[in-house]
Design a protein. Structure first.
Length: 420
């Protein structure tokens, strides 16, 4: 009995920290990731209470489960009307921000003597922003147009999927030695198969779900279908991650989709209890995974952490270029531009992918977990400090800076006229 007391205690503490961290996040915009990473660091490399090697055998399984939950949740939270209306700008910001981020990491890695593919692999792993952090923050800050909120939501949701798919492609390129043409074909095939099968599965599942939606555990059947969908699409050579995202978009927007198709009798989407069930599962996955990333940090070479911090600064410095290009000729206020620059935290997708290359035997990737730890922690801290700074700037009613004025005005104080 004594042997199980420590693991049970640790699990209880992790859940408690996740809950308290979430409360702190809602009140202060300080993400719970910080406390979870630090607790994992305490359990693993500092106090050596938990041996990270014990988890390596199940790391890919754990990663796949996290990917499924992350992207399905991202799809559920995307409004299809806003997605289509803001898709051009959102897609442009997604592609530009992800590409610029991946390229700057690749260039720095190559300059330090690593080969291009190794640098690119790290670049795509940390290339995307984190939707579990970005979306709750942008929905709380007043004085920001729905246009900008939707663009940032699209970016954070799609870059999770893009990071996962691109990381898989680059790893396959390194392992099997396929060429650039084959890489393009894999990307196109993976996206198209995932989108088509995921969307059709959602349309097929909605009328079936209606028949047993009153059953107590009906949501668990949907969760099982998500896992089966992921496995099926992956077995066909498509992207299971994209399929889960598409499936979530359809289930989250069932009423709107069937309304557009003129099938009024099929107006159905996941209800609030089902969404709460999924939010609970997503919370548990996120909470344990960030602690797990902290445990995985090896501290074999502390320079890896420092390198991660420097890469995070580089990622922050390149983001304004992507924003300027993506929002070209669009009128946005100073506050919105500042917010878009601040919303670059890396999170769960990067944490999920960080250690997979090493477990697959890819050379010179043993330090990726340490570097990613530094990047996630630093980007989250920079974003938090940037939000604090935004809260102290005096903006006029149009969201533009009143020259030379800084004070104690909070970003959460409702302005006289918020932009619609």
């Amino acid at each position: 009995m004594v042997d199980v007391l420590l693991p049970i205690t640790i699990i209880g503490v992790i859940i408690f920290i996740g809950f308290v961290g979430d409360l702190i996040f809602k009140k202060t915009d300080v993400p719970s990731i910080i406390w979870l990473l630090l607790f994992g660091l305490l359990l693993g490399p500092i106090l050596k209470i938990v041996d990270a090697s014990v988890f390596l055998n199940i790391s890919e399984l754990f990663a796949a489960i996290a990917v499924i939950i992350i992207l399905f949740e991202g799809g559920l939270n995307l409004d299809i009307y806003k997605l289509f209306r803001e898709a051009p700008r959102g897609l442009m910001l997604t592609l530009l921000a992800f590409t610029f981020s991946a390229l700057i990491v690749t260039v720095i890695m190559v300059a330090l003597g690593f080969n291009v593919l190794t640098g690119l692999l790290l670049g795509v792993i940390v290339g995307g922003t984190s939707s579990p952090i970005v979306i709750p923050i942008i929905n709380k800050i007043p004085g920001v147009s729905n246009h900008v909120r939707t663009v940032l939501s699209i970016e954070s949701a799609l870059t999770d999927a893009l990071s996962i798919l691109m990381a898989i492609v680059v790893m396959e390129t390194i392992i099997s030695g396929i060429g650039l043409q084959a890489v393009g074909q894999i990307l196109a095939s993976g996206f198209s198969i995932g989108i088509v099968i995921g969307s059709l599965s959602g349309l097929f599942w909605i009328p079936i779900s209606r028949r047993f939606r009153e059953e107590e555990f009906s949501y668990l059947v949907t969760l099982g279908i998500i896992f089966l969908l992921y496995s099926f699409v992956e077995s066909l050579g498509g992207s299971g991650a994209i399929a889960c995202l598409s499936f979530g978009v359809v289930l989250g927007n069932g009423k709107k989709i069937f309304g557009m198709l003129k099938y009024q009798n099929m107006e159905f989407e996941l209800d609030k209890p089902a969404r709460r069930y999924h939010a609970l599962i997503a919370f548990i996955i996120r909470t344990f995974f960030f602690v797990y990333l902290g445990i995985l940090v090896s501290f074999i070479d502390f320079r890896s952490i420092i390198f991660g911090i420097l890469l995070a600064i580089a990622l922050f410095s390149i983001r304004p270029l992507a924003i300027r290009a993506a929002m070209h000729k669009m009128k946005i206020s100073d506050k919105e531009r500042h917010l878009m620059m601040a919303m670059f935290p890396r999170g769960l997708a990067a944490a999920v992918l960080a250690y997979i290359p090493f477990t697959r035997g890819i050379h010179n990737t043993y330090f990726f977990a340490d570097v990613t730890f530094g990047i996630i922690l630093t980007t989250v801290l920079i974003s938090t400090l940037a939000l604090f700074y935004i809260g102290r700037i005096h903006y006029d009613d149009d969201g533009n800076v009143q020259a030379g004025r800084l004070g104690k005005k909070s970003a959460h104080v409702k302005p006289k006229a918020a932009k619609k």
